[in-house]
Design a protein around this ligand. Structure first.
Ligand SMILES: [Zn+2]
Length: 256
């Protein structure tokens, strides 16, 4: 299962009346989360200007809640979401209607939180627990704080290196740079350079996310998650499949 395309759709404003994306359920990972219509609460400042002579629907904004549930009948996991909405021109209006009725407006919903969090990327079964934790941490903040999510993805790479026995500190006790640690890991095995390049990309994204003035978007972080997913896919899923194949072959005995 690659990085969920529905998450990219959830990272963009969703027009009112349009169907919501259906991300994979983080609990059962086989069902999809179906969302009901959001419920709006207009902000005080927005409500106050409704009587203004120059009032324009584009001034309307507020917060919303949305409820989702896993469509798998054996799971039915509930998901609670929230975020901000604002009103803008409808994308649904066709030009003919526009000429007769003027512009039509729609609310646009921007998700900031979903709980329980959707998984930013699948967690490989044989990944060390530090990798699992890192992916979960990034998942919790991917909509609320993309820069922090990118930092968590970089930390996931660092935790993986630690689990692989690459020391965190120099003999002096000083912390080593991530770059140097990835280099050391790359050199230890001739099969690793292609994966190391993916790790470097995630490291760069994490560095960008850590900056105070980071303007990373959730879409960019999801691209980073795709890169890390590919790295872990090459590391774990391949060997997973090979190990599985070996066990099947062993059970069937030698070919006759
Ligand atoms: Zn489910």
């Amino acid at each position: 299962m690659p990085v969920d395309a529905a998450l990219s759709e959830l990272a963009k404003p969703i027009e009112g009346g349009q169907p919501w994306p259906r991300p994979a359920c983080p609990k059962c990972q086989t069902g999809y989360i179906g969302f009901s219509s959001p419920v709006e609460d207009e902000d005080h400042d927005s409500a106050e200007v409704r009587d203004h002579p120059a009032f324009d629907p584009e001034w309307i904004s507020g917060t919303f809640v949305v409820r989702g549930q896993c469509e798998n009948p054996k799971c039915r996991q509930a998901v609670h979401g929230t975020g901000d909405y604002s009103v803008d021109y409808s994308q649904k209006t066709n030009q003919d209607d526009f000429e007769f009725t003027g512009p039509s407006y729609s609310p646009y919903y921007t998700v900031t939180h979903l709980h329980p969090p959707m998984l930013i990327m699948p967690i490989p079964v044989s990944a060390p627990s530090e990798v699992r934790e890192g992916v979960l941490r990034a998942s919790r903040v991917m909509f609320a704080d993309p820069g922090l999510a990118a930092t968590a993805l970089r930390a996931t790479v660092e935790c993986f290196l630690t689990a692989e026995g690459i020391p965190v500190t120099h003999s002096t006790g000083k912390f080593r740079k991530a770059h140097e640690r990835i280099e050391e890991w790359r050199r230890a095995d001739p099969g690793r350079p292609s994966v190391a390049d993916l790790f470097f990309a995630v490291k760069w994204l994490g560095n960008a996310g850590t900056h105070e003035d980071s303007d990373l978007t959730t879409m960019e972080v999801l691209d980073g998650a795709r890169v890390l997913d590919e790295a872990f896919h090459r590391l774990f899923t391949g060997p997973d499949i090979e190990a599985h194949a070996r066990s099947i072959n062993a059970a069937r005995g030698p070919k006759r």
